[in-house]
Ligand binder design. Structure first.
Ligand code: ZN
Length: 115
C-alpha cells in the first residue's frame, strides 16, 4: 500500500523530470557556433539592432540567446539558417511568434542596464 506521503514524493520526482526540456544535439552545436560568430564579430541583436552584452549573466535581459526565426512550435528547424542571435528580452518578447508577427509595441526597448 502506498501512503499519501509516498505519492506526493513520486509526483514531485515526476514533476522534476518534466521540467527538463529536450535540446537536440544539432541545436546545441549550432548555438555554440552562432555564439562564437556573434561574439567574434560583435554582431547586434537580430531584432532590435543593439549590441549584445556577452559578459552578462544568462538570465540578464541583454544577454545572448539563440532564437528560432520560425519557431519550433510552427515547424521551424534547428538548422543554422533558422537561427539568429538575440537579446534574451527580445527573444522572450518574440516568444513563439514569427518575427513578422511581433508587434512593435511588444518589443523590448533595452537599455544599458541589465538587472
Ligand atoms: Zn534585442
Amino acid at each position: 500500500m502506498v501512503s499519501v506521503g509516498e505519492c506526493s514524493a513520486r509526483a514531485e520526482t515526476y514533476g522534476d523530470l518534466r521540467l527538463k526540456r529536450y535540446v537536440s544535439p544539432l541545436y546545441r552545436k549550432n548555438r555554440r557556433v552562432l555564439r562564437r560568430m556573434y561574439e567574434a564579430n560583435l554582431l547586434p541583436c537580430a531584432y532590435c539592432g543593439l549590441p549584445i552584452d556577452f559578459s552578462a549573466p544568462p538570465d540578464a535581459p541583454l544577454s545572448f540567446t539563440v532564437d528560432h526565426v520560425i519557431p519550433v512550435a510552427a515547424g521551424g528547424s534547428d538548422m543554422m539558417d533558422n537561427l539568429v542571435g538575440a537579446h534574451k528580452a527580445c527573444n522572450r518578447a518574440k516568444s513563439d511568434h514569427l518575427a513578422t508577427q511581433v508587434k512593435e509595441s511588444t518589443r523590448v526597448k533595452p537599455t544599458k542596464r541589465w538587472w
